[in-house]
Design a protein around this ligand. Structure first.
Ligand SMILES: C[S@@+](CC[C@H](N)C(=O)[O-])C[C@H]1O[C@@H](n2cnc3c(N)ncnc32)[C@H](O)[C@@H]1O
Length: 142
């Protein structure tokens, strides 16, 4: 039936948002760890370094990231998700910011393999599992 997949998606996303809002999957702690990791990385950089480009892979509706994204001194923000329906939700959740943003439909593996502009910070997650010694956040200095 026409419209069924998007309705199913909306119901599932509503359920996921309830889990985020009630912190059932540790989003608050993970987002705080992400913010601390990015702040430490920014503080360690040469003050003359250019503003970083940040990408969120599997952005969904951005979860709890909008307050962090609004205060970061970014050169650009790219939000990528396999599901096009979440992209306008993510854009609304972020609201106006003083740097260019792109909300892109795509597979994160395709994104990783494609030639594209240099990226400084890659956010993906939050991951539900960590390998021993693993971190919540990927930071790279390309
Ligand atoms: C559990 S949600 C997490 C959303 C958000 N990052 C957060 O922290 O709340 C996972 C998201 O990853 C997206 N996703 C799953 N597989 C993907 C892939 N291969 N490439 C891009 N996005 C993907 C889904 O569409 C979904 O929006």
């Amino acid at each position: 039936m026409a419209g069924e997949p998007i309705e199913m998606f909306r119901r599932q996303w509503t359920t996921y948002r309830l889990a985020v809002d009630h912190d059932l999957m540790e989003h608050r702690g993970l987002t705080a760890a992400l913010a601390a990791a990015i702040d430490d990385w920014l503080a360690s950089r040469d003050p003359a370094a250019p503003a970083p480009h940040l990408v969120d892979l599997g952005c969904g509706d951005l979860g709890l990231l909008p307050p962090l994204l609004r205060r970061l001194p970014l050169a650009s923000f790219t939000a990528l998700d396999l599901n096009a329906a979440v992209l306008p939700v993510a854009e609304d959740a972020l609201g106006p910011v003083p740097y260019p943003c792109a909300f892109v439909e795509g597979d994160l593996l395709g994104w990783a393999e494609a030639e594209g502009p240099a990226v400084d910070v890659v956010v993906a997650g939050p991951p539900r599992r960590r390998s021993p010694g693993g971190t919540h956040t990927g930071l790279s200095g390309h």
